[in-house]
Design a protein around this ligand. Sequence first.
Ligand SMILES: [Zn+2]
Length: 199
Amino acid sequence: MNQRTAAPAVPPPAPGAEQYPALDFANSLLTLPTGPLDLLGTPDPASAWLIEHRLAPVGGRIQEICTARLQGLRAAVRELLDARVTGGAAPTAALAAVNDALTATPSAPLLRWDAERGPYRTMPHPADRIADRAMALLAADAAELLTGPDAERLARCGGAPCTRFFVRTHAARHWCSTRCGDRVRAARAYARKRAAEQS
Ligand SMILES: [Zn+2]
């Protein structure tokens, strides 16, 4: 068995995901043609994801309970992105979850002052609150995405079963990746061929 069949291939980041970590965060729960895949499913990959996105210090690790909290925030962000895309009402609980993450811990370095060093800035909880800080940054980024100019171009992939979100690079873009576009086109071509054969 080669590596390609051993692990389902994750598509490249969706358009906008490099600019908005919150978008990539939302897309860390994937539905591939082979089935669902959670890139934040357990503490190790979740910690690696946070480090990769510069949301946790190198070598930092979050525990099981924080992984679950991270997944909870992601569900809320997905609901809000979905509400923005469909024009539906924002679920109150999702809004509260994002605001809780925003206010639970300061995401900006605080101003400190002591006699020896004078004024300086440090993070309030350097090591013990990795998840809180990462969640505050992701919530802030989600709020920025939802209220900024790119919110108008926010879309959800039309290449079922994919459920990734992306920022449209042009109005006619319907898919998060060429992989999804190719899959939809191939399915349509197959359906047309079947219909022609049966008529
Ligand atoms: Zn897609």
